[in-house]
Design a protein around this ligand. Sequence first.
Ligand SMILES: Cc1ncc(COP(=O)(O)O)c(C=O)c1O
Length: 402
Amino acid sequence: MRLMVPSVGTPIGIRDILQGLSGDEDLPEVFRRYTGVKYCYFTNSGTTAFYLILRALRTLSSRRKVVLPAYTAPSLILPIRKAGLRPALAEVSLDTFNLDVDRLEDYVDEDTLCVVPVHMFGLPCDMTGVGEIARGKGAFVVEDAASSMGSELNGRPTGTLGDLGFYSFNRGKNLTTLTGGCVVTDSDCLGDAVEGQWRKLPRPSGISRLLIPAKTVGLALAFRPLGYTLLYPIVVRFKYTELHTDFEPLAYTEFQARMGGSLFMRAGEVFRTREENGTFLYNSLSGIEGLKLPRIPPNSKVAFNQFPILLEDEAVRDSLHLRIRKELGLETTLLYPEPIHRIYDLGYDASRDPFPNSTYLARRLLLIPTHPLVRREMLERVVELIKGHLSEGSGACCRGGT
Ligand SMILES: Cc1ncc(COP(=O)(O)O)c(C=O)c1O
């Protein structure tokens, strides 16, 4: 039987789950040390963490516009709307796969409450550029570090480089406690404002609190290659869910805080493996025709959530995705299916594409897993398959005379 390797995976062990039930590690405490910031507020999701930030900022300013990349997690729209604010999209760069900082100024004005740079796939965004533009218009910088826990820029963790930042601990992230999120800030005033909102969060119901440990055991088994292979028919039904239309802001649970504290003891190793796997893919796939890699920012350390490759040809991307799963048993991801302006009606003119780079990325990116359960031999085989596939593709293209 060939084992399948899932697209996501954090090695949660029995020891972490037992620590969750009765341990003495505490993720908020450990995480405060890791980020080096004064204030950390844990929640049930990254979405809730972002929502708390927006609610807090609303108490400090009458501005209403939230600027975010047109290519990123579409669910970011939900907390913006729930907080009574207005999303405004900005174009991304085909070189960095992040916000195009050279064009950001076009989207930020006197009504902009905050700019939200998202460190996509773990790749740090140019925070100096974003900071200058936002500050020039009196807007806050809220870093979305949901996918970049463990990445650093100029020696500091992503998430701690803006006025406020937030992380996600959902099952696809660099470290997971099943669900979860966290707001961080070093500012007393912003910390106070977030704390005011955080204190109002209700606790999850008794049933949910009981289900979280049970689901975590399921996650720990299902997202290992053997468990994933055996449980694939069940797991796959939960993977491709509908677009969320709402979310419930809730508090984090004690079980998750304790389990996360235990898990975080191995965070350095997990982040290092993600970086090493990404670096291996970067070095092995550089300079191949028909395929583009993101520019890695100088002075950065990238804990890749997944490794993004951009295929010039959409059909080649789709066929590679299928071949890698079929021939190697490794699950790659197509993310996100469309840019935000094609998912939500935000009032953009549908007759012309205001964010062509975002559309281009959404339709041509293929994400290769970098988590610690992917072995190096598997990545070597992926590289060979991609190289072979692209040379066959370009051969066919030349033969066809196009
Ligand atoms: C970039 C980004 N921001 C925010 C979120 C929201 O996090 P959560 O799923 O914990 O609500 C996600 C989730 O996938 C994400 O990828």
